[in-house]
Design a protein around this ligand. Structure first.
Ligand SMILES: [Zn+2]
Length: 333
């Protein structure tokens, strides 16, 4: 059976890659990446996330205010967010979170907490999963999650780089752990210990594109990906000094794109000492579970009518069931 991969976190609406999004989606689809959870980061890009979701059945929209943009929020940001989430029932909440890293330190932490809490509670109220960015604030995030929980619809700690010791505490409250190219920045032993602490039914994979270009493993990508990458100006070279067809260094060479998730898959599988195919299967099933909320695109069934035209029908999910089986997931197109 062909490999199916779910990119649980990316930013195809990012101005650096938005114009190339259709080609990037197509090249990723051809390589087996069948869904893309596209995360908004501030009020000004939510309409772009919606447009992508409207035009590409494979994209799952997520609306949220990222901690880096908390200081720039408008007085009506929360009302606007609620309007988007109500108008787009297939959308989840993200990217939200807390950041005490070099960039996040510039944003007053009490404001970050207030904005994070409100969005987390909204996700819970709407019964949709939330995607969380957390940098050097894991204890703070855990306390807030404990108070606001339980989260029967789950939440995703994206690009997880927290300790192995904290995994079980987050998992107890409904966490899924998503891994990106940033995992490669950790010492191998540290990464291995962290990955092995994660229950297998909570592992997800992502690219965080256009960020987090994997630093190793891109050479092993199928040639179709690198061909397409070159044709779109995105070089899948893992930071080497490759040149584009004009022979000059591409401005885009340090940008990531969803087809590179294969490098993440292979790296994470190698640290977990399991075949990549097995990890692909496990993480895909986990992704489908967490993104199977009422209204989700994953419940859209495609039919072919008598004239051969394709049409879609949305199945209403009456009750949430964590072990729900997707009876038909539309094929890549
Ligand atoms: Zn992100």
């Amino acid at each position: 059976m062909a490999l199916k991969i779910f990119d649980c976190h990316c930013h195809l609406q990012d101005p650096r890659i938005l114009s190339m999004a259709p080609q990037l989606i197509e090249s990723a689809l051809r390589s087996g990446v069948v869904h893309f959870a596209v995360n908004g980061i501030h009020e000004k890009d939510w309409h772009l996330v919606k447009q992508l979701a409207d035009s590409h059945p494979s994209t799952i929209p997520n609306f949220g205010l990222h901690p880096w943009f908390v200081a720039d929020r408008s007085p009506i940001w929360f009302e606007t967010l609620k309007q988007y989430l109500n108008a787009v029932p297939c959308a989840a909440v993200g990217e939200i979170g807390l950041d005490k890293g070099s960039h996040g330190r510039e944003i007053p932490f009490n404001h970050q907490v207030e904005v994070f809490q409100k969005q987390l509670e909204l996700a819970k109220e709407l019964r949709r999963p939330a995607t969380i960015h957390c940098v050097r604030a894991f204890q703070d995030a855990l306390e807030i999650i404990k108070c606001a929980g339980p989260f029967p619809h789950g939440f995703i700690l994206h690009s997880y780089l927290g300790s192995a010791e904290m995994v079980s505490q987050f998992a107890e409250h409904g966490a899924y752990f998503s891994f990106s190219g940033f995992t490669m920045a950790l010492k191998q032993q540290t990464a291995k210990k962290m990955l092995k602490a994660v229950p297998l039914d909570r592992i997800l994979l992502e690219t965080d594109a256009p960020e987090a270009l994997p630093k190793v493993g891109l050479d092993s990508l199928p040639s179709t990906i690198s061909e397409c990458s070159h044709s779109t100006g995105l070089l899948a070279t893992g930071g080497s000094s490759s040149t584009n067809s004009q022979g000059s260094e591409s401005l885009y060479e340090s940008l990531n794109h969803p087809a590179n998730i294969h490098a993440v898959l292979h790296y994470v599988a190698s640290l977990l000492e399991m075949p990549a195919e097995e990890l692909a299967e496990i993480s895909y099933a986990n992704s489908v579970r967490v993104f199977s909320f009422e209204g989700s695109k994953l419940f859209t069934v495609l039919h072919i009518d008598d004239s051969g035209s394709l049409y879609s029908e949305r199945i209403r999910v009456k009750t949430f069931c964590r072990s729900v089986e997707i009876i038909f997931v539309y094929s890549c197109f």
